[in-house]
Design a protein around this ligand. Structure first.
Ligand code: PMP
Length: 381
């Protein structure tokens, strides 16, 4: 099997699965219980929190364990909007955010009386600091920009936006860091970020686990009411095994990043250079992009047909992003970049991990070229 859909989800490291199993068996106590099993569970949770905080370069008490980035993004955006609504009701984001961000903004707009400015991207998929700054009004309370775009891999100028926002101490800065973790470094503390979302299953930890970084003293209204387990910001019995497995996955992914980044960059370059030579292919991924995401279109050929054709050869890629592809939509990011409908509808995302061999990639490119050729003949292109 050649799995090239790592931006949708990753295969957990065997060590992660092992950790999850061991913790589930041995430390099943509730971290809030006052007996010994509870105390042991709480100690292990604190250790996982410390490890994650250390790996992200932040303080322990700024780490909130969540059920994933959809929860983290909703919690950050709605929580900040509700906490600051007395000060203002204007919010800023971009046109290429993941649905867990854009739909949260839409809900705030449609049901809670907030106004939202959606800052556009240029033809390569980048937002500019100047445009974000121009969108700021007197009553702006939140800016939310993703770090790495999940469809084309464009890396947004987070550090520069954070620096610009230093002049606006009343505005909170939220970053969806999901696709950048252990792929494109981001210094959360240096970038003046208040809220930052990550998801375990994008770095070989488990589905249903995540972290929201909440900078000390950031005002946030909790979304869930309940036992207030996570620093009174997130209620619900913690997934202890999930949190420990996330800490393990993050450590291993960071090691993979340090050891295998150059190989990953080379693999991406190799794929892009080869497909750039094929007349029928349009490469959508810009130069300044994450090392694991390659997006291209084959106009005239339906993306899902190509995906299923590759699947027959045991190769797994996706059309646009996994979250949108079931709805059979054209790529939202490509449309926002001004690409024509037929290019946006025929886009394929290949997302790498650290594990592909040269042989894997040769095999992928050979099958891809043959499949495109076959489809072109069938369709008379
Ligand atoms: N943000 C981005 C950029 C993503 O790619 C994803 C996952 N597709 C999410 C948020 C949502 O993450 P989760 O699956 O953990 O809810």
């Amino acid at each position: 099997m050649l799995y090239l859909d790592n931006s949708a989800t990753t295969k957990p490291y065997p060590e992660v699965i092992n950790t999850f199993q061991q913790v589930s068996e041995k430390f099943f106590g509730n971290p809030s219980s006052i007996h010994q099993l509870g105390v042991q569970a709480e100690q292990l949770l604190s250790k996982a929190r410390k490890q994650v905080a250390h790996l992200l370069g932040v303080y322990d008490h700024e780490i909130i364990f969540t059920s994933g980035a959809t929860e983290g993004n909703n919690m950050a955006i709605k929580g900040a909007a509700f906490a600051l609504q007395e000060k203002g009701k204007h919010l800023i984001t971009t046109t290429i955010e993941h649905p867990s961000v854009s739909e949260a903004f839409k809900q705030l707009e449609e049901h809670f009386g907030f106004s939202v400015t959606y800052v556009p991207v240029d033809q390569n998929g980048f937002v500019s600091v100047e445009q974000i700054q121009r969108a700021i009004k007197e009553d702006t309370i939140l800016v939310s920009v993703m770090h790495v775009n999940n469809e084309i891999g464009a890396i947004q100028p987070i550090e520069k936006i954070g620096e610009m926002l230093e002049k606006y101490p009343n505005i909170l800065f939220h970053v969806d860091y999901v696709q950048g973790v252990c792929k494109v470094p981001l210094n959360i503390k240096n970038a003046n970020i208040d809220l930052c979302t990550i998801s375990g299953h994008k770095f070989h930890a488990l589905n249903g686990t995540g972290v929201l970084y909440v900078r000390e003293k950031t005002p946030l209204v909790p979304l869930f009411s309940g036992g207030s387990q996570e620093y009174e910001l997130r209620s619900g019995t913690e997934s202890l095994a999930g949190a420990v497995a996330l800490a393990k996955g993050l450590r291993l992914a960071k090691e993979d990043y340090q050891q295998n980044l150059q190989q990953l960059i080379k693999t991406k370059e190799l794929i892009i250079n080869r497909i750039n030579n094929w007349d029928e292919v349009v490469v959508n991924t810009p130069q300044h992009s994450a090392p694991h995401i390659i997006n291209f279109s084959v106009p005239g050929i339906k993306a899902e047909v190509l995906v299923h054709m590759l699947e027959e050869h045991d190769i797994y890629v996706s059309t646009t992003s996994a979250c949108s592809s079931r709805k059979k939509l054209a790529s939202k990011t490509l449309l926002a970049m001004g690409k024509p409908q037929h290019v946006s509808e025929s886009s394929i995302r290949v997302s790498l991990s650290y594990k592909q061999s040269e042989h894997d990639i040769d095999y992928f490119l050979t099958v891809l070229e043959q499949s495109i050729e076959k489809l072109k003949n069938v369709m008379g292109l």
